[in-house]
Write a protein that binds this ligand. Structure first.
Ligand code: SF4
Length: 371
């Protein structure tokens, strides 16, 4: 969680907030699309600081939250094979399929190992033959290059017992889908700095122009976000559209061409179902046929049916698409807490509901940043 801003940073934030309040001629609805940014916005007190000029809503910016239950169930099925180790990042362990999370899978005796990266999973495969290692790959464009690299290295090094179940998703098609919704009331968006460091600005720029909305690429600290919101407020006030960059110390307008080439070589865009939102065309990354030998969704593990037990926490979908704030869910903080999560946005540490719950929990000094 982000530390509350203090000292000179706090004074700078108050100054920036007052400039935003003065510039705003009305209340603007701003969506962020990154779990890290959501946590900073909520945890560092930006919500009350910027009201009423800015009203925040939070988009599908947590990749753990948006992974479809059917894909999680597929990973469980693969993990249940006797000669398979499922490898995943630590925050994947709490993801719930229709029969529980991956701690539950472990408790049933399935081999599930936490790794630090897909390259660690590849290293595991190289010392484990004939055991097969399947890496369950979650994340946006930020993490896809490392997964692509692991797949390419597996082929070059003839590590035949390594494969990947890809749940990678893409930011721009999801935003395009949300902005096209009839009831969408978003006036402007904060772009995710980490994903844009790979993609550059062009894809989000097209989405912004197509829907006549401004998108400002932002970093992750309270001051990074306030500066981006200042730029976004100016853009909303002057009806600018398209993407601009308030995080240029990290994000270049062309992105990272080498990382994009790696993604392009190994993956191809495909329709992906987003939890709580539904199928979105060209919003996922599937492994190309040329790398099919390392694709866990093909061959013996090809999935031919969808899960029949899909959870019905419809409010999670509304939170993930920015139509409802976590505190507007009737189960928030009562039935649904990080210890007893009903849905992915509370289960994942990056989720919006977890961010709001953490912000209302008093610090040792008795302070909260409850929005
Ligand atoms: S509080 Fe729980 S049930 Fe409600 S939207 Fe958040 S995760 Fe879903």
């Amino acid at each position: 969680m982000t530390s509350p801003a203090g000292g000179s940073e706090s004074r700078a934030l108050v100054h920036l907030a007052s400039r935003i309040q003065q510039r705003a001629s009305r209340s603007w609805t701003v969506m962020d699309i990154c779990g890290g940014q959501t946590h900073t916005i909520v945890g560092s007190g930006l919500v009350p600081l910027l009201e009423p000029a800015i009203r925040f809503v939070h988009g599908p910016g947590c990749p753990v939250c948006v992974t479809d239950v059917d894909l999680i169930d597929h990973a469980h099925e693969i993990a249940s094979e006797r000669d398979v180790t499922l490898a995943c990042l630590g925050d994947v362990m709490r993801m719930r399929g229709s029969s529980g999370n991956f701690y539950d899978a472990r408790a049933k005796g399935h081999s599930v190992k936490v790794v630090g990266s897909p390259l660690d999973a590849l290293a595991l495969a190289s010392v484990e033959p004939p055991r097969r290692v399947v890496y369950f790959a979650i994340g946006f464009e930020t993490t896809a290059p490392a997964t692509a690299l692991a797949i390419r290295l597996a082929r070059r090094r003839n590590i035949h017992n390594f494969s990947v179940l890809s749940a990678h998703v893409l930011v721009a098609p999801a935003i395009d889908h949300l902005l096209a919704r009839e009831l969408c009331q978003v006036d402007g968006l904060l772009g995710p700095g980490h994903a844009c460091s790979v993609t550059g600005l062009s894809a989000l720029d097209k989405v912004g122009r197509d829907h006549r909305k401004p998108i400002v690429i932002a970093g992750f600290s309270p001051s990074d976000l306030c500066i981006a919101i200042m730029t976004l407020t100016e853009a909303m006030e002057t009806w600018e559209t398209g993407a601009s960059n308030a995080y240029d110390r990290v994000v270049k307008s062309e992105g990272n061409p080498a990382a994009r080439a790696l993604i392009e070589e190994v993956f191809e865009p495909a329709t992906r179902t987003w939890f709580g939102i539904g199928p979105i065309a060209r919003s996922g990354l599937n492994i190309r046929d040329s790398y099919a030998a390392h694709d866990a969704s093909k061959g013996p593990w090809t999935r031919t049916r969808r899960s029949d037990k899909v959870p019905s926490e419809t409010h999670c979908g509304e939170v993930l698409s920015g139509a409802r704030l976590p505190r507007q869910c009737p189960w928030f903080g009562t039935t649904c807490t990080p210890q007893t999560p009903l849905g992915a946005p509370m289960t994942s540490a990056e989720g919006a509901c977890a961010a709001y719950f953490t912000a209302r929990t008093p610090t040792p000094e008795g302070k909260t940043h409850a929005p």
